[in-house]
Design a binder for this molecule. Structure first.
Ligand code: OXT
Ligand code: ADP
Ligand code: MG
Length: 568
């Protein structure tokens, strides 16, 4: 070639990074290794924050909750076969929970994989991912990287959000092309999640049904929290005068202490309501599928607001389906209600608030207990006061009793501050969620973990210490799963649900330079959590809970199948 005619070149590595940056993706959660180690290094050098975890599942959960918190796809980066599989649980979880996420995995050589000739970490990852996510794509040529990423982003966030798999074979990264052509091949996704305005007739139908109700109820789900239409939702609920029941991750969308909140009168409102409006909540197992004992005898009419038309009638008849994004739907309701909307009947509201106040009063004395070892209520009473004083703290929660009791006791005051096990009731989200919550929001995080739940992602406390994140982990240590008092019915081995008694999880934190505290009373717990949140130092508090305090499966023991042969 004559001097001066050499082309400026780019390659797959740079195109992937440029495509991410062009689309505002500034954080990657992952675990390095062949073939994506250099991709991570180069992304970091290019200004993307690359957080390196100890296990891909935790990086994946981090990416999934980043998607929930930001409405942009959280990105998880893994190596091939085993790394990919480790990330896959989180991808399926994101899809199940309607969180936008992209799992990007390096993969082995197509020619060898397809002939099954035994490549390094050989696996047909695309085929395996497909049934477990919303969409799956593979990019074979450098000039398609821009389109590939654009498709992944759009698939993740548009319509019902979900998980997307993006397969990048090792060979792609070193493919070279003209830099100019490369730049032009990139796609900036315009309006990735377009507004979906509901039809005026569906809005009218829904309001007519709502107006006809004598005992209406609004159920807010995590789709409503995701939508970030907080002001419009608050206005709508208040203008309607209808009691609202927040699903777990919708707590705080309107404050739990709001006069219309029916969280503490759950069984009453589900049984007695005559019209139920679901906003971003599915009638799945968490709502007993909209039928049966939980929902009482009286006939009910359901209104459902959801972006996914196929969700309608999934479990029971929906008399007024409203399909659209929640922001647009709720705004349309507000417009159509006009100035003279008659608020819900006041006798219904007072029935609900009476039941709620009774339940709250019943619980109050339990929360004052300063007993040692602590029971759940005593410990949670302390944490509840802390969250009331620090309402911006993000509260991450998993376990069985630790989850179910914290959900009821710890009031949430602001939207998207409670993050938990979600639709699958999955253990293991704790540390990944905490890390992403701290990284994405800059807010302090309080993670309240059952000792079993914590074990699923516990090694990530090293990650928390390495990145010096303002996370305080409280482990409700009751020596096991549900309770620490179980005995082995057959032999000398420990029972299947108990752990080493008197374990000191706080020492794990000290091993990595964080602060470890052993707390045996609510007062000690409160002091330690306040100190952690004041200092912002990575902290782990081993909260010693009475091993006998919990119950089997927390509040969902009824879901355990029973042996008809076993005599009790
Ligand atoms: O109205 P009524 O009278 O009914 O009263 C209700 C409310 O009105 C009232 N309430 C209040 N009263 C007063 N004041 C206030 N503020 C208030 N707020 C509410 O309280 C009651 C109850 O209200 P709630 O909770 O809203 O209602 P309810 O009836 O419970 O709601 C039903 C549900 C289904 C919506 C709710 O229960 C729910 O959301 N449940 C989610 C349950 C869940 O997802 N659990 C996690 C899974 S359990 C199990 O699977 C576990 N595993 C297996 C496993 C898993 N999950 N994953 C993987 C990957 N592998 C294995 C394991 C291993 S849990 C687990 C570990 C457990 O051990 P840990 O050591 O971690 O934890 P510990 O148990 O602590 O030891
Ligand atoms: P919860 O567990 O809190 O009851 P679910 O996960 O069951 O909530 O339901 C969330 C619902 O919200 C899903 O059906 C999903 O399609 C819907 N959704 C998510 N985002 C939006 C949005 N922006 N607009 C409308 N619906 C949405
Ligand atoms: Mg436990």
């Amino acid at each position: 070639e004559a001097p001066g005619t050499e082309q400026e070149l780019t390659d797959g590595f740079h195109l992937v990074i440029d495509a991410l940056k062009l689309n505002g993706i500034d954080t990657i959660y992952g675990v390095p290794g062949i073939p994506i180690t250099d991709l991570g290094r180069m992304a970091q050098a290019a200004g993307i924050r690359v957080l390196s975890f100890r296990h891909e599942q935790n990086a994946g959960y981090a990416a999934s909750i980043a998607g929930f918190l930001t409405k942009r796809p959280g990105v998880c980066l893994t190596v091939s076969a085993p790394g990919f599989l480790n990330g896959l649980t989180a991808l399926a979880h994101a899809t199940t929970n309607c969180f936008p996420m992209i799992l990007v995995s390096g993969s082995s050589e197509r020619e060898i994989v397809d002939l099954q000739q035994g490549d390094y970490e050989e696996m047909d990852q695309l085929a395996i991912a497909k049934p477990l996510c919303k969409a799956a794509f593979r990019v074979l040529h450098a000039q398609d990287i821009g389109i590939g990423l654009a498709r992944a982003i759009r698939a993740a966030v548009s319509g019902r959000p979900g998980g997307v798999y993006l397969d990048l074979p090792a060979k792609l990264f070193s493919q070279v092309m003209n830099a100019d052509a490369g730049q032009k091949s990139l796609v900036k996704v315009i309006d990735a999640a377009p507004e979906q305005v509901p039809s005026p007739s569906s809005v009218k139908r829904a309001l007519d049904v709502l107006k006809s109700a004598r005992r209406p109820l609004i159920i807010l789900g995590k789709g409503a929290a995701y939508a970030q239409a907080d002001e419009a939702i608050k206005k709508f609920v208040e203008k309607s005068g209808v009691p609202f029941l927040p699903m777990s991750m919708a707590k705080g969308l309107l404050p739990d202490l709001h006069p219309q909140c029916a969280g503490a009168a759950r069984s009453t409102v589900l049984k007695e309501a005559d019209v139920v409006m679901l906003i971003g909540a599915r009638l799945n197992w968490l709502l007993s599928h909209g039928k049966g004992k939980t929902w009482g005898e009286a006939p009910k009419k359901f209104i459902q607001v959801d972006i996914e038309p196929k969700e309608m009638d999934s479990n029971v008849e929906i008399v007024a389906p409203v399909v659209g994004d929640i922001g647009s739907c709720v705004s349309a309701f507000l417009d159509a209600m006009g100035a003279n909307w008659t608020a819900a009947p006041s006798d219904w509201l007072s029935t609900v608030s009476k039941k709620r106040d009774d339940n709250v009063a019943k619980m109050a004395p339990k929360l004052m207990s300063n007993a040692s070892p602590m029971d759940y209520h005593g410990a949670l009473g302390a944490l509840r006061a802390i969250i009331a004083e620090r309402p911006d703290t993000i509260f991450v929660n998993e376990g069985a009793n630790t989850l179910d009791l914290a959900r009821g006791v710890v009031d949430m005051h602001k939207p998207r501050k409670r993050l938990d096990v979600g639709t699958w009731g999955v253990m293991g989200i704790g540390m990944g969620y905490s890390i992403a919550a701290a990284v994405e929001t800059g807010l302090p995080v309080l993670a309240v973990e059952g000792d079993s739940a914590f074990g699923f992602s516990g090694m990530e406390v090293e990650t928390i210490c390495r990145y010096k994140l303002p996370i305080c982990v409280v482990i409700f240590n009751n020596d096991g799963i549900y309770r620490g008092t179980d005995v082995n019915g057959a032999g000398d081995d420990p029972a299947t649900t108990v752990f080493v008694k008197g374990s000191r999880y706080d020492k794990m934190m000290e091993a990595f330079g964080g602060v470890g505290v052993n707390a045996t009373s609510p007062d000690e717990l409160k002091r330690a959590v306040n100190a952690a949140l004041d200092s912002g130092k990575p902290t782990l508090i081993n909260a010693v809970i009475d091993p006998a305090a919990g119950s089997e499966s927390g509040r969902i023991g009824n879901l355990n199948p029973q042996s008809v042969l076993q005599k009790k």
